[in-house]
Design a protein around this ligand. Structure first.
Ligand code: FAD
Ligand code: ZN
Length: 475
């Protein structure tokens, strides 16, 4: 199902309309030369390649609205694009050149920080790390955190309802949004930028745009929740006795810390091997090899994490553990986790999964998925990792060492269906945090009940009856 298409461009949009769009975007707001457009036409994973006659980069909400009015009138498809780090091809235009790309990158203003309100209001094109820094400068925390934070944008984070490494304590992007400003498909601006924690005045419209992957409107700004910065943070890396222990150790850590676990990430040994091979500056925290590891972070002091680990030793949940004693050691432990995506890519072709299952069924999933992968592709390197505290595993597979990359990737669909079937049978999801985009539309049709898909179609029709918002994505 991962298709790389190289169909030629067929610029179908009339020249006069393109001219009006350029005017609406302003002097520095458009790109039409091939070299300039190139970075906007491929997805991050290199699975999809599209074409467009025009990349528009408006500087403000009024310009986005003017662009949408023209596109609505002329029935032109619009592909919103943030940092273009998404994993499902959601921000890549179709190969026929019939859509324009609307990049939010120039809309990167922090509009307002209110430490008493614990809120921050930002343009949708703000890079996630810049929002984290603005919050920190005001003595607050914006907790959304993922490895792409240096380039992904908050508009993209909200549109994919991104998760990341702090969901356990603070929730995903959806939970962090207080209000949105959205340009609707016909160019109307919906100003829902409120800072209210409570507002039961009918349907909560913002929630429809969150996770919609640009299929209902263009998010142009957001009001977000801020938090007090934790007074203590402690980080540990533990060698688990088995995968099942991850879940009991998590419960122990939650109980003993008064629910102050911010991160509980899982790494299989095969990931650690590839990470250590990729970056010689990194070291195995332990002398012995273990099969399963967890990176744990608590918003609590050393004494609490020590008590958690001591209890876990006694209960036989862990075989070994280290606690970071300095900022440098904390960074080194995090690096082991953060280097995984890069280390896997470096090792060869990767088939990726982003499944979630109920916490109680994690071990069952890992056992069944392992057996399935091994039986389907002998010699495959099984490298699961992820946000196990949320029941979310990236059950990734790296091609066999001596195997051929293309032959391995050609089997993607077959193996994806098998792994997704296992998750589905355990009451899980085939897409926990990466969304649907164009990559997983087939999976949506396969696993999402028909009644649910019909309701989704109705919502799409209500907002975007001309079907111009990100055509060919999600539905
Ligand atoms: P894009 O890729 O540009 O767009 C994503 C989708 O949102 C597209 O459908 C696009 O049309 C739409 N969109 C973008 N901006 C807007 C807007 N303003 N209005 C309407 N629609 C819009 N994801 C996680 O959830 N958790 C992780 O831990 C995680 N780790 C990652 C690690 C790496 C190294 C990488 C490369 C990616 C990771 N991702 C992760 C995936 C990705 O970073 C997230 O999905 C991110 O939220 C996408 O943001 P973006 O700005 O790059 O969006
Ligand atoms: Zn992830």
């Amino acid at each position: 199902m991962s298709t790389k298409s190289a169909r030629p461009s067929a610029a179908r949009i009339e020249g006069a309309v393109l001219q009006r769009l350029k005017q609406a975007a302003g002097a520095k707001g458009w790109i039409e030369d091939e070299a300039g457009k190139a970075p906007y036409l491929d997805d991050f994973r290199g699975l999809f390649h599209g074409q467009t006659p025009l990349v528009l980069r408006p500087a403000n909400t009024a310009a986005v609205a003017a662009i949408m009015r023209i596109c609505h009138e002329a029935s032109i498809g619009v592909v919103p694009q943030g940092g273009n780090t998404g994993y499902c091809g959601g921000a890549t235009p179709s190969p026929d050149g019939a859509e324009i790309v609307l990049s939010l990158g120039r809309m990167n203003r922090i509009r307002d920080v209110d430490p008493l309100d614990n809120s921050i209001t930002v343009d949708a094109g703000c890079v996630l790390a810049d929002i984290q820094r603005a919050a920190e400068a005001a003595g607050r925390l914006f907790p959304l955190s993922l490895a792409a934070e240096g380039s992904c944008q908050i508009g993209g984070n909200l549109s994919t309802n991104a998760g990341g490494t702090a969901v356990l304590r603070y929730g995903n992007a959806r939970d962090l949004a207080l209000g949105l400003e959205v340009v609707l498909p016909d160019g109307q601006i919906w100003d829902g930028l409120r800072h209210l924690r409570k507002d039961n005045t009918g349907y909560d419209l913002k929630q429809l745009f969150i996770g919609a992957e640009g299929t209902l409107g263009v998010i142009t700004a957001a009001s977000l929740k801020l938090f007090a910065r934790p007074r203590h943070v402690s980080t540990a890396f533990a060698a688990l006795s088995d995968a099942r222990s991850a879940v009991t150790l998590l419960a122990r850590a939650k109980n003993l810390s008064g629910d102050a676990v911010t991160t509980f990430e899982y790494l299989h040994r095969a990931c650690l091997d590839l990470v250590l091979a990729r970056d010689p500056a990194l070291a195995d925290p332990f002398a012995a090899r273990h099969d399963h590891y967890a990176l744990i972070e608590l918003s609590a002091g050393q004494d609490v994490i020590e008590a958690v680990l001591a209890g876990a030793f006694e209960a036989g949940e862990i075989a070994d553990a280290v606690i970071a004693a300095s900022g440098t050691q904390t960074a080194a432990l995090w690096k082991l986790r953060e280097t995984i995506p890069e280390a896997l890519n470096h090792a060869g072709g990767v088939i990726r999964h982003d499944v979630s299952v109920p916490l109680s069924r994690i071990a069952e999933f890992l056992d069944a998925a392992h057996a399935c992968a091994q039986a389907t592709i002998p010699g495959v390197r099984i490298t699961p990792f992820g946000h196990i505290g949320d029941g979310n595993i990236h059950f990734n597979l790296v091609q066999p060492e001596a195997g051929d990359r293309d032959g391995f990737l050609a089997r993607s669909h077959e193996i994806e269906v098998a792994i997704h079937d296992i998750a589905n049978a355990l009451d899980g999801s085939f897409s926990a945090e990466h969304g649907i985009g164009q990559l997983k539309r087939g999976e949506l049709a396969r696993y999402k009940p028909a009644e649910a898909r019909e309701q989704m179609q109705r919502i799409k029709q209500a907002f975007d009856h001309k079907g111009i918002m990100n055509p060919g994505k999600v539905l």
